[in-house]
Design a protein around this ligand. Sequence first.
Ligand SMILES: Nc1ncnc2c1ncn2[C@@H]1O[C@H](COP(=O)(O)OP(=O)(O)OP(=O)(O)O)[C@@H](O)[C@H]1O
Ligand SMILES: [Mg+2]
Length: 297
Amino acid sequence: MTTATAQPPPVVAMLNRKGGVGKSSCCQHLGGAFARSGKRVLLVDMDPQSSLTQGFFGPQATEAMARHETLVALFDDACDPDPERVIRPTPFDGLFIAPGSNDLDSFNVPDPQETGEYQNALRTFLKEAKGRFDIVFIDCPPNLHLASWNALLAADAVVIPLQGEDYGAQGITHVQRAIDLALTRANPDLRLAGYLLTMVQKRLGVHLAYEQQLRQLYGDDVFAGMVPLAKDFKEAVAARAPLSHYKPRCAAAKVMAAIADELAARLDRLRAEKPRFLYLGNRAGVGPEADELRRAS
Ligand SMILES: Nc1ncnc2c1ncn2[C@@H]1O[C@H](COP(=O)(O)OP(=O)(O)OP(=O)(O)O)[C@@H](O)[C@H]1O
Ligand SMILES: [Mg+2]
């Protein structure tokens, strides 16, 4: 697995407006795969549901964390967003987390572009702190409010996890538009790392058909690797461990290690590529959203 050492570490946002597609799961298990290969990994839990944090510490310990020890510190004026206090080790070598909190809910407001400096809270927080890591993953909630917008402004690349189901229900275009908006407004270096199919059952005709359609539409933007549906993932989370550490030899752990390798290669490649519009690029820029984006650019 290669991530360039002289370069700043890649910051990867795991984002989809749809819930339950495997965003947190991908952060935990891909993060684990990178850590197991000797990388220093930071997981940033921007979701008020805090599933990723709970996946390491359980619900009670997560709830007991003080506000200044969680990402609430980025938005609460009464707290100092000090990386030394917010970033904590997990029980796994090389794997660190900036914990989420239910209290993030009250800060995760819609229309994030209207929130002034709060938009840049995560970017500012990570500016220095990320230098201690080889890769950073940001887990996002299933909406495009302030927490996800912070992720888009702090990230270098976005992975969009998707389930192989109804194309229209996946909310891809909403995410594409949000990425285009981040590109034009505040993060001109943002790039798409790829669409990642999750919970795939290869024997299901509907999954196969969806995969073909996605590859036809988005070509190389779709990860070659696909996350299989496997009970091992649920068992690992119940044991509060990434699959890479819970059951490193199982088939699903090997697939995740291969996807981590593919992601590392994609991130290396992206550095040499120009950022590009996703929604505007795919739709030839028609419709009111396109007009709005053009006005903003
Ligand atoms: N590959 C998989 N195989 C089996 N179960 C999975 C897999 N990936 C995720 N799950 C399970 O599916 C559920 C949803 O996954 P996860 O929490 O990662 O989704 P999410 O996109 O983060 O959800 P949310 O939008 O609520 O944050 C969880 O119970 C998780 O354990
Ligand atoms: Mg989640």
